[in-house]
Write a protein that binds this ligand. Sequence first.
Ligand code: MOS
Length: 759
Amino acid sequence: MNQAAPAPKENMGQPVPRIDARLKVTGQAGYSADLAAGNVAYAALATSTIAKGAIQALHLDRARAVPGVLDIVSIGDMDQIEKPKFGNTGASSIGPLHDKTVFHDGQIIALTIAESFEAAEEAAMLIEADYAQENPSASFDSQGTKIEPAAGKSPMYKEDAKVGDFDSAYASAEVKIDQKYSTPTQHHNPIELFSTTAWWQGDQLTVHEPSQNVTGWKIELARQLKIDPANVRIISPYVGGAFGSKGPMTARTAIVAVAARRVGRPVRCVVSRMQAFGTQTYRAETRHRIRIGAGKDGHITAFAHEGWEVTSRPDPYVVGGASATARMYNYGSVLTHVSLVRADRNTPGYMRSPPETPYVYALENAMDEMAVALGMDPIEFRRINEPQKEPIGGKPFSSRSLLKCYEQAARAFGWSRREARVGSMRDGDWLVGMGCATAIYPTAVAPCAARIRLTADGQVRVQCGSHEIGTGVRTVAGQMAAERLGVDLDKVSVEMGDSALPPAPVSGGSISTASVCSAVLKACDAVRQKLFAAAVGEGGPLAGSGNAKLDMAGEKIVADDGKSAALSDLFKTMQIGAIEEYAEFAPRGSSPEALKKLYAGESEFHGGDQDQDSVKYAFGAEFVEVRVNSHTREVRVPRLVGAFAAGRIMNTRTARSQLMGGMIWGIGQALHEATEIDQRHARYVNRDLQDYLVPVNADIKEVEVILVPEIDHEVNPAGVKGLGELGNVGTAAAVASAVYHATGKRIRDLPIRIEDLVT
Ligand code: MOS
């Protein structure tokens, strides 16, 4: 198998609009719950009102009496199926209807099915439970939590990185800091609500549900239902916001499938935003202690990052972002340790750049504090500590353009106008602050399959069971095919989001563009090889050009000896109307089982800090200007500039919007977002978009994205690093450092609020 990368013609792809843009703005790209499913019955969840204990009795009579109620699925009704699994394809091992134990507030206790949505909701609200209640542990400071080391609890976090003798290096450092940071609980609030629609046709089960992993879910759902995966089809053509929330399958999917079997017709369950807080995954709160020691010249000699993360009682969900912070700078000695704190909560899960976002927030804050302690410009401080090799394993970086990002972002931002002295910049009533921070995200790629069909009239169909979660992957997959097959993009159609298509990995970890484009590239190259052979072969239109270098352009095979052959003519000589190729891409270093795992719904990630030859990351530098009102202390962010280097950029328009969206979310993390928890009841309080704050248009002014050219052939054949999660890392720390610069107040606990700044 030849995996040599074709040298990309350009490193920046055309900013073509999304091929589904029109469908999206005209409302034709329906969410899963909008898709027609025949004679649908509606389902609603009833959820627990306690966080810990056991259900002693359920009272369903009043619910059953609601006109239009068809059935209720409840405790005991799932006994014939397997419990959910925790892992990459399953959100939690809690099987809410399997036993009577209550693990968290808002746990599913029943599903009502009715002729109308309203009847189902009313019935669900009339369900009452008798509980044997225990006192729950809500979070870090609650009694009864269990603290344990995170390393080894999950394949996501194998070990705490360590190098050298931190203790003695730190003890003898000339300048040092020792600080604590924290990030709050944050909940997914995608515009598209969570939903499942399921129906059976004989043995065949079809599910419409927004998903980042249709193949994984097909396998996992079949396992739970004890049926052949070939009889399960998951369809998810467009997803209205995923960010990790639609990666692992929750317990609801199988419950709705069982309900559909019982009532013998399609059942649709749209989860209310309020109930999503307890039935979906979320970003759990984290705490950090960071110690940095350096010489007066600014060289770091000692770095320690300790992290604490909340998870549920049964599942060891680990973020473990210390593996990234440990590899960020040239530290000398490194000590990291991550602990899990088990509380009576639903199991947390992925949320945009899950490991890096909280951990790099802490690191970059600490770096800014250290620069202040050293009396050094924070960019200069990072430049001095730029590593030549990754500090833990000593491996090279496949590419690392961090300093270029800093240079370009600093110039565009006007960093030279910054007066270093705290509180020295003012504009009328507003205190002005400027800050910056590093963004980092591991570059990974996973096995992926794709099918390409090219017809004589130059139409291309790309099929790949990946997912359009809003990133534009459908478009960039089309661009890759258009480029390799020499046709215009408007002749390419791309099918995704269906487990009946060639399998793709989970659309998480910023791997989709790299994985999908590598598979599409391989399938296109198989098409090219066949066409080239026929073109120069006996009787072919380019017979005699056997030694020429061939390419495809303008719906022709073009030879560098000046000859060319139209596809239509070539197909005629080949006596075919279309050519179809199926390709399976496995990254370099894949295990022998990698492709088998792909079909089994498991995504084998390669890259980040896991490869033998090098470590692979994308980098960025983010600059923020804040204005803090000197009277009210309200914080505004008028300007945000980020420069990012992420290998080949397939499409500058979709890349820019991913990075922009990530940074805007970062402002939300810095200033708005937090789930409030009732500590006595371990219950989420602000479970709606009125009280759960996210940035709105009025919060966001100028956002500038700079794409720094970078060529990296090592990461994958497509040369793509991926950037869906990169922009989200670093923003909050940049805001915190700008707030410090404006006010002299170092806020270490997110979000930064007015009350933190009132003296
Ligand atoms: Mo992303 S949090 O890896 O879907």
